[in-house]
Design a protein around this ligand. Structure first.
Ligand code: PFF
Length: 447
């Protein structure tokens, strides 16, 4: 049977951008920027994105498209059947862990979209009422479990439909909508009186805040935001046509992710500051601070609906990319049907996700390393597993693959002249700079 693939350049691009643009852009980036030196942090972030993350992104792209296989088979076949295949398996398991807890938040987004559709954030509710609403919800059992189930079900259904008809079609409609909504909110947010303080918070450079820890935070955010080290880019790239340009696809994805993160910051922070609140990160920002802000602002009920649609869409276009990694493996290696693979993975992620969901309520007494089970999975995958996955992938491309093969894949058989010109720089970055930088930054972030 012919392997499914993306039907167009635009389709491949929006699917990859969909994987990259997600909760990470909406709830972590704006806060990290504000807390860690504003424009100074952005400069560091952009440098890391383009000199460290982009070569890793291209490495994943090259492995995926060269092999046109799932991550496990890609590592196995390109290394001539060696133990590198276990790295492939690792990059298949990690996104499943991320999906399990990502689905918890995806579920919360569904619940908050329903709340905003029933105009829960229009009456100028007090901050403490909003906080109580959030705490009551996440610590309960039935609601969050149902929401997690719904989110995972939608994710699974889209993936089961396939690459061209499921993932690509969904992303083609939803990604432009997502950009449109967030740009609209940003414009509105900047017109609010007092919005300037939010822009200052985001963009005033403060280089005194830059140290080993901030650089490590910037790199971690860039990895997470570009979905690196998870096998997702590799798997998506395996569905990209051989005629497409790796350099173009990678730069376009990284740039849209960066632009989206900046626009998201400009949508959120001016509104938060306009109402004199100090921002939080993560769930607190999205489910406590913002609903309060919506309740205060003119037309806030409508903005709340738009915002939670955007949050949900951003989460789904990322979650489908996580699930596809393992579906591709089960279908190609273990001869599952897409439906069978989807059903099995749904069951596994549902159980792990349910434990994460309940770790805010009935299971909140279980602490690992000071946090709940959800925090443990989040920290483990975004601080350790992802870094390891990226490091191993870049070592694989730089030290295990043949230079001529990497060149051939990157330049489409020598036909792309710009790619051929910059290949020397890329090769140097992949072989030496990326592995060293990952190690140094990872270690310095520990202290
Ligand atoms: N890049 C996504 C975000 O910024 O929210 C998260 C993500 C997607 C992580 C896909 C891992 C992944 F495989």
């Amino acid at each position: 049977m012919k392997r499914d693939s993306f039907g167009s350049r635009f389709g491949a691009l929006v699917a990859m951008a969909g994987s990259a643009v997600g909760l990470g852009n909406l709830w972590r980036f704006p806060y990290l920027v504000g807390e860690n030196g504003g424009a100074a942090f952005i400069i560091i972030y952009v440098i890391l994105c383009f000199f460290i993350c982009l070569p890793i992104f291209m490495s994943e792209f090259i492995v995926g498209r060269r092999s046109q296989k799932n991550a496990y088979s890609a590592f196995r076949d390109l290394s001539g059947g060696s133990a590198w295949r276990w790295v492939g398996l690792f990059t298949i398991i990690v996104p499943l862990i991320v999906l399990s807890y990502y689905s918890v938040i995806g579920g919360w987004s569904i619940d908050y979209l329903l709340k905003s559709l029933t105009f829960s954030f229009t009456g100028g509710e007090s901050q403490s009422a909003i906080n109580t609403m959030f705490t009551d919800f996440v610590t309960s059992t039935g609601g969050p479990l149902l929401a997690h189930t719904a989110f995972l079900l939608v994710t699974t259904l889209i993936v089961i439909i396939g690459i061209k008809d499921g993932i690509e079609k969904f992303s083609k409609v939803m990604m432009p909508l997502l950009f449109f909504i967030v740009i609209g909110i940003a414009i509105y947010s900047m017109t609010l009186p007092g919005a300037k303080a939010g822009l200052d918070y985001l963009f005033n450079p403060d280089f005194s805040k830059i140290n080993g820890k901030t650089i490590a935070a910037a790199l971690g955010q860039a990895f997470f935001s570009l979905s690196l080290g998870f096998g997702t880019i590799m798997t998506y790239a395996s569905y990209v046509d051989k005629k497409e340009n790796t350099l173009f696809q990678s730069v376009a994805t990284a740039s849209s992710d960066l632009v989206f993160a900046l626009v998201a910051g400009t949508a959120i922070m001016p509104a938060v500051f306009a109402f004199g609140i100090s921002p939080q990160s993560g769930p607190g920002l999205v489910f406590e601070t913002l609903p309060y802000v919506f309740g205060q602002m003119p037309a806030g009920g409508f903005i709340a609906i738009l915002f939670f649609v955007a949050l949900l869409v951003a989460a789904i276009t990322s979650s489908i990319s996580m699930l596809e990694v393992a579906v591709a493996y089960l279908v190609e290696e273990k001869k599952f049907s897409r439906i069978g693979a989807g059903a099995l993975l749904f069951a596994i992620c549902w159980v792990v996700g349910a434990v994460c969901t309940l770790s805010f309520g009935p299971l909140s007494h279980i602490k690992i390393d000071g946090g709940n089970i959800f925090d443990f999975f989040d920290n483990l995958s975004s601080n350790v597993l992802m870094t390891l996955g990226s490091l191993l992938t870049v070592l694989f491309v730089g030290w295990r693959l043949k230079k001529t093969d990497v060149y051939d894949e990157f330049t489409n058989g020598g036909t792309l002249s710009t790619n051929a010109k910059i290949f020397g720089v890329l090769w140097f970055l992949i072989r030496y700079i990326c592995p060293l930088a990952i190690l140094i930054i990872f270690i310095s972030g520990l202290f």
